[in-house]
Ligand binder design. Structure first.
Ligand code: ACO
Length: 401
């Protein structure tokens, strides 16, 4: 920093904060987290109450507009979202161009980015009506695109959104209905999915949301911003963890091998980490993990299923939470430690887990983008501490030895 201030005395000092652990990038009214106490609130409402009593679209309204809706407002909002669930037929053609086993997150980010090309008439980021329309379109279409990515992999014809169903039911219907068979959505499965969407809906300035805001700060269109957010979510340190947890539990395979994996996670010469453990902000139990763990038991019981992976996960949690390494570092299960077990029980394949997170988080991304767009802001432009060469002269290629 000294060099920089000497060269540019008017610039003053910079904060060096790798990973932005102590840097607030914005002010926001949307989501409150207290990582020490394990508290999460959307617009002031505790996540536990919303999980128990609300629905995903009601929570979406809350995140977008700031207050819980009246029944008339909720009905109008649900009608709007339902109205926008279809995708342009050429979107299906676009998806058809992907290799059959392309990861659905690749399809999701590509397709959402492409929507800027489908909705060019409503892309004025300075027009609040255009912004709101884009927000609703993405909340409405994310499940349609996600299910279409799965059907592409399966080789099934596309399924149109059935608008007599609610948000979670409609997604399950698009995922699993095949023309040859009658498919009835299981209400227990739909409610479980709705709950998971609520729990993933927003989480203040996490990596993908910060990405959405940073891209948005340039004035880019909202589809481009959310496509970038999807890309950030894909990584195993973020949304990709839910897929990684299930792969890890499968690899461990048996309760007797849990100790071995805990040991491996503690070994600093081994890059392996316990997936689904630890969080940048929560240094206490992730309140979402608590809710999901209970839901895991309830859903399996209601669906009449058992899953040895749940026993394995509980044993892993127990052993890790008794271990000094995890205690000292305050590493607790996070939102995605148990979510995969529920997705699995609903028949959702592992590669679709991160898209499930994306469906729920879309409202958070667009709510944060709307908040930023409606507030005066500057382009996001971090600085650096330069650690490279000082000035040197160019040497011709023949003289380099
Ligand atoms: N297993 C083993 N050790 C861990 C784990 C883990 N899952 N997580 C953190 N640690 C250790 C680190 O090695 C480090 O130890 P050290 O101080 O001896 O070097 C210490 O705990 C602190 O870890 P950091 O990496 O500095 O913590 P950071 O806040 O940067 O990372 C993260 C948080 C990415 C979530 C991390 O805990 C992790 O990789 N977890 C596994 C992946 C995961 O579950 N991600 C999902 C996050 S939640 C979400 O997006 C929904």
């Amino acid at each position: 920093t000294m060099d920089i201030t000497r060269l540019n005395p008017e610039l003053g000092y910079f904060t060096y904060d790798p990973g932005y652990g102590t840097t607030a990038s914005c002010k926001s009214d949307i989501t409150f987290i207290d990582g020490t106490e394990g508290i999460l609130r959307y617009r002031g409402y505790p996540i536990e109450q919303l999980a128990e009593r609300s629905s995903f679209l009601e929570v979406s309204y809350l995140l977008l507009y700031g207050d819980l809706p009246s029944s008339t407002e909720l009905a109008a909002f649900e009608r709007d979202i339902t109205y926008h669930t279809m995708v342009h037929e050429q979107v299906n053609t676009f998806i058809g161009g992907f290799h059959y086993d392309a990861h659905p997150m690749a399809i999701l980010s590509g397709v959402i980015a492409s929507m800027a090309g489908f909705y060019q008439a409503n892309l004025d980021v300075n027009d609040p009506a255009h912004r709101e329309l884009a927000a609703k379109r993405m909340i409405a279409k994310m499940p349609t695109v996600s299910a279409a990515a799965y059907r592409h992999y399966m080789g099934w014809p596309s399924a149109y959104p059935r608008n007599s169903l609610n948000y979670a039911e409609r997604f399950l219907h698009m995922m699993f209905s095949v023309p040859a068979e009658a498919y009835e959505v299981n209400p227990v499965a739909a409610r479980a999915l709705d709950l998971l969407f609520i729990l993933h809906a927003d989480h203040e300035q996490n990596a993908s949301t910060s990405t959405v805001r940073l891209v948005g700060s340039t004035g880019a269109n909202p589809y481009a911003c959310v496509a970038a957010g999807i890309a950030a979510l894909w990584g195993p340190a973020h949304g990709g963890a839910n897929e990684a947890v299930l792969n890890m539990l499968n690899e461990i395979g048996d309760v007797s091998r849990v100790g071995e994996y805990v040991k491996k996670a503690k070994d600093k010469n081994d890059p392996f980490r316990l997936m689904g453990f630890g969080h940048r902000v929560y240094k206490n139990f992730d309140p979402r993990a608590r809710i999901i763990r209970k839901a895991c038991h309830d859903v399996l019981a209601d669906l009449g299923q058992t899953d040895p992976l749940l026993d394995l996960a509980m044993e892993l949690e127990k052993i890790a939470l008794e271990d000094d390494y995890f205690v000292e570092r305050k590493l607790y299960p996070n939102v995605d430690f148990y979510s995969g077990i529920i997705y699995k029980a609903l028949g959702i394949p592992t590669s679709m887990f991160t898209p499930m997170f994306a469906i729920g988080r879309t409202v958070g991304w667009v709510a944060q983008w709307l908040e930023q767009a409606a507030t005066p802001h500057r382009i996001g432009r971090p600085r650096q501490i330069y650690t490279g060469h000082s000035a040197r002269d160019y040497v011709g290629i023949d003289e380099r030895g």
